[in-house]
Design a binder for this molecule. Structure first.
Ligand code: ADP
Length: 488
């Protein structure tokens, strides 16, 4: 049976071609899904534009919108096992990871509901006796949310919750590989009482359907998570339309080990930072800088830890790494490893696909460590989005900062040291949007997230995250009988 998609509150077959959702661990087919046609895009957006203007939504009070999000959070939480399973089938991540993503999606919905209820408008300080000013925030209208396949449920709720809390309508275009979880989310929002038309989930190819959504004149904000080149393309569209964007893009995040670090904790943290999600994370700590004085010793321990990682079926318990998203992506990761060798790098561990045992049917790649490259090498500059770590050494802090910042990306960084004063100084010198000190890949919904440089524009999350889906209006109230200087 071909799965329906969600067009303006109706479940029905999209008028585009049918795609397959496959389980990347063994290539079996999860489902056949219909995709949206350009007519479906037009219909969904036109109805979304009508829906957000409906007085029942436009004038809904914050607690009424929050009520839906609280319910979404409860439903997601009550279905955590089933949703983690679904997301694992979609993208091959271990169940422990997808479970964490599902729970984080529930937490995001709940936090956003609370933020929505407690957000205050500004009554600006009075500057004259004859009028008073007030600043109010209003929805932008129809929002395009375009999402990738690596952490779908988390990145989708991170966009849907604040956009809807702000009073908008949303057209969600998930990655083709992970459309199942997005469709399930639509069911959850529907069950939670979201009025019809405010959400559509349009499955389809990014370059056709995603592009058509972004180009549509009624779409007034693009919220995107994905690759830098697609982000740049969407920014061009947004510039032409004079609308705002939130772009959450790629990374090549440096992690740094100072000589005084707790080396055991650092080695484990660094292995987790790059190899969890099989490196398919924009924040993966993919460039490692080790102080020259501890280089050999630290590298040896890191290799040992890497050797002990369990790569396997994502539904099996205690697995550290599942499969990559598909064969095409595996080939791209491997091409980078070959390029690293051609650039003079040495593969210390890994460097190949796993083609034996239960992994043979899927797209599994060994955790890989490469040494001997200069930070300027292409392998050190480009995002691989796989379990590949490049390791370099540094002599002093100046040299470290120079190398760490020598990247077009600026998403995140990790610092391992016992000296918090030094860590603070390095954190401030790094050109990145998030710095982790003695931890990595930790997230708090209340801390804004986003990138410097080619890693993106705008910040998601945080108490004020809702405001990025709104536009501000100033209202002046005349207070005296002669409102203008020409009055007699
Ligand atoms: P990734 O490497 O994570 O797949 P992409 O940037 O290719 O990164 O994809 C992220 C999302 O952007 C997906 O939903 C994809 O379908 C969509 N997308 C890809 N190309 C375009 C485009 N030209 N216009 C709009 N959306 C696109």
């Amino acid at each position: 049976m071909v799965k329906h998609i969600y067009i303006a509150g109706e479940w029905r077959l999209g008028r585009g071609h049918v795609i397959e959702s496959r389980f990347p661990a063994d290539n079996t087919i999860n489902a056949h899904i219909s995709t949206a046609s350009l007519e479906d895009v037009e219909e969904a957006i036109t109805k979304a534009d009508q829906a957000w203007r409906q007085p029942q939504w436009r004038n809904a009070l914050p607690h009424e919108r929050a009520k839906i999000l609280y319910k979404v959070a409860d439903i997601i939480e009550s279905r955590v096992d089933e949703l983690s399973q679904l997301q694992t089938r979609d993208n091959g991540k271990p169940l422990s990871e997808t479970r964490a993503l599902v729970l984080s999606a529930a937490a995001t919905a709940r936090f956003t509901a609370a933020a929505c209820e407690t957000l205050n408008e500004e009554l600006t300080t009075q500057r004259a006796a004859d009028f008073m000013t007030m600043s109010v925030h209003e929805p932008v209208g129809v929002v395009a949310a375009i999402t990738p396949w690596n952490s779908p449920i988390a990145s989708e709720v991170q966009k849907l919750a604040p956009a809807l809390a702000a009073g908008n309508a949303v057209i969600l275009k998930p990655a083709e590989a992970t459309s199942l979880i997005a469709l399930e989310l639509a069911k959850i929002f529907e069950e939670a009482g979201l009025p019809k038309g405010l959400l559509s989930v349009l499955v389809g190819r990014g370059s056709v359907i995603g592009d058509a959504i972004a180009q549509h004149p009624l779409v007034r904000k693009i919220s995107f998570t994905g690759g830098t080149s697609t982000g740049r393309h969407l920014a061009h569209i947004a510039a032409e339309k004079l609308i705002t964007t939130s772009l959450e893009l790629g990374g090549k995040s440096p992690t740094i080990v100072l000589p005084d670090a707790d080396l055991e904790m650092a080695a484990k943290g660094i292995a987790y930072g790059i190899f969890s999600s099989a490196g398919q994370a924009c924040i993966a700590g993919s460039r490692l800088f080790i102080h020259a004085s501890i280089y050999e010793k630290f590298l040896a321990r890191l290799v040992e830890i890497t050797q002990g990682l369990r790569v396997g079926h994502p539904e099996a318990p205690h697995v550290h790494m599942g499969s990559l998203i598909n064969e095409k992506h595996l080939a791209s990761v491997h091409r980078y490893v070959e390029l690293a060798k051609a650039e003079g790098g040495t593969v210390v561990i890994g460097g190949e696909a796993i083609t034996e045992g239960e992994c043979a049917k899927g797209s599994f790649y060994k955790p890989t460590i490469i040494t001997g490259l200069d930070n300027r090498a292409q392998t050190c500059q480009e995002e691989i989005f796989g379990p590949v770590l490049v390791v370099m050494s540094y002599e002093n802090e100046q040299d470290l900062i120079q190398q760490a910042n020598d990247s077009c990306f600026g998403l995140a960084a990790g610092i391992w040291t016992e000296n918090y004063r030094k860590a603070w100084q390095i954190a401030r010198a790094l050109e990145v949007g998030t710095v982790w000190i003695n931890t990595y890949k930790k997230f708090s919904i209340s801390a804004p997230f986003g990138g410097f440089k080619d890693s993106g524009i705008g910040r998601e999350k945080g108490r004020l995250g809702i405001l990025s889906y709104m536009q501000q209006k100033s209202i002046y109230l005349g207070l005296n009988e002669q409102p203008n200087p020409w009055a007699d």
